[in-house]
Design a protein around this ligand. Structure first.
Ligand SMILES: [Zn+2]
Ligand SMILES: [Zn+2]
Length: 347
């Protein structure tokens, strides 16, 4: 066992504190990673506060991880000591079900093993990236291309792939009209990636407060959803709508913005049910869909795509002792657009 520094939640209601956790010994198929940067995802906050169900404490979260390989197991072939690598939202899957055999580990029929709060194969609870080291089986470790600035690479592992996957799956490309709902951590990555894919990109945000950013990051159009005119002007316009908002929205109004055969994909997860009216879909053969992060291959494809197109998230680098304050700012949408923890401050 390796005892490593970490920032953990002691309970659902207390601030996160500096502590130590145990990492398992490096097994034959494992890679030990010295973590350099870890992103803060909104999911981290929901999770440690028990808003997505009861969890065991203390709990370390963080599933946007980049670092350097510092040790490899005897059977590891994909990674070597010194490699720049990343770990996203999952660290294992069953490897045997139809989804896993098809390379869709994110849709493992037995449930993939999440990077935190999941029961690992040895029965322990997985602990995330707000720590100095992590041990992960090599198949779930990604290669981070040299050309992506390391301190900006971390958010690609969740926010990047969560938006890349539906864009790729629904064949977004030149000529596609794509709308992104919400201009936050996920939304700003969706804008950059869709723009680089050659799509015509429109942001639908509550207000116009981030309009300048949206246009600078690659959006062609930007509308406020607080203005009813937005829904009239853009009726039946989009081939694909990526909804990154986890609050409840008037989903039928958004479905009305889809063209014939258009699809609205949810990557945000409101806790309340969304009331879809069948007539919102029937008249124009529209689809209402969801998408869960991305497979390991899609994650690697996304990293390579971002390297090729010079895309990286907009980030604010923080020290570990700023995490609790950062959480409050994330909840107020007061971050442009992702906090990244400099793990050197945890050493
Ligand atoms: Zn996330
Ligand atoms: Zn499986």
């Amino acid at each position: 066992m390796l005892t490593v520094n970490a920032y953990a939640a002691p309970s659902a209601t207390e601030p996160l504190i500096k502590t130590t956790i145990e990492r398992r010994d490096v097994g034959p198929a494992d890679v030990l990673i010295e973590i350099k940067y870890s992103g803060i995802c909104h999911s981290d906050i929901h999770t440690v506060r028990g808003e997505w169900g009861d969890i065991q404490y203390p709990q370390v979260v963080g599933h946007e991880i980049v670092g350097i390989v510092s040790e490899v197991g005897s059977e590891v072939t994909k990674h070597k000591v010194g490699d720049r690598v990343g770990v996203g939202c999952m660290v294992n899957s069953c490897g045997e079900c139809d989804s896993c055999l098809a390379g869709k580990e994110n849709y493992c029929l037995k449930g993939n093993t999440g990077t935190y709060t999941a029961v690992d194969r040895d029965g322990s609870i997985t602990q995330g990236g707000y720590s100095t080291h992590i041990v992960v089986v090599e198949d779930f470790v990604l290669k981070v291309p040299e050309s992506i600035p390391f301190e900006k690479a971390a958010p690609l592992l969740c926010a990047g792939v969560t938006t890349f996957s539906p864009l790729a799956h629904w064949n977004a490309g030149p000529g596609s009209k794509v709308a992104v709902v919400g201009m936050g951590g996920l939304g700003h990555m969706a804008v950059k990636i869709a723009h680089a894919m050659g799509c015509e990109v429109t942001v639908l945000s509550q207000t116009l407060s981030k309009q300048e950013d949206g246009l600078r990051l690659g959006a062609d159009d930007y509308f406020a959803t607080s203005d009813p005119e937005t829904f009239r002007k853009n009726s039946s316009r989009f081939d694909l709508i990526i909804n990154t908002v986890s609050a409840s929205i008037d989903i039928n109004a958004y479905l009305g913005l889809l063209a014939v055969d258009g699809t609205l994909v949810n990557v945000g997860a409101p806790s309340e049910p969304l009331g879809v009216q069948a007539f919102s879909l029937i008249g124009k053969r529209r689809s209402f869909a969801g998408s869960n992060i991305g497979s390991i291959q899609e994650t690697q494809d996304m990293l390579d795509f971002c390297a090729e197109h010079g895309i990286a998230p907009e980030t604010e680098l923080i020290a570990a002792d700023y995490i609790n304050e950062a959480y409050e700012r994330v909840l107020k949408s007061d971050v442009r657009y992702r906090f990244v923890i400099d793990i050197a401050t945890l050493a």
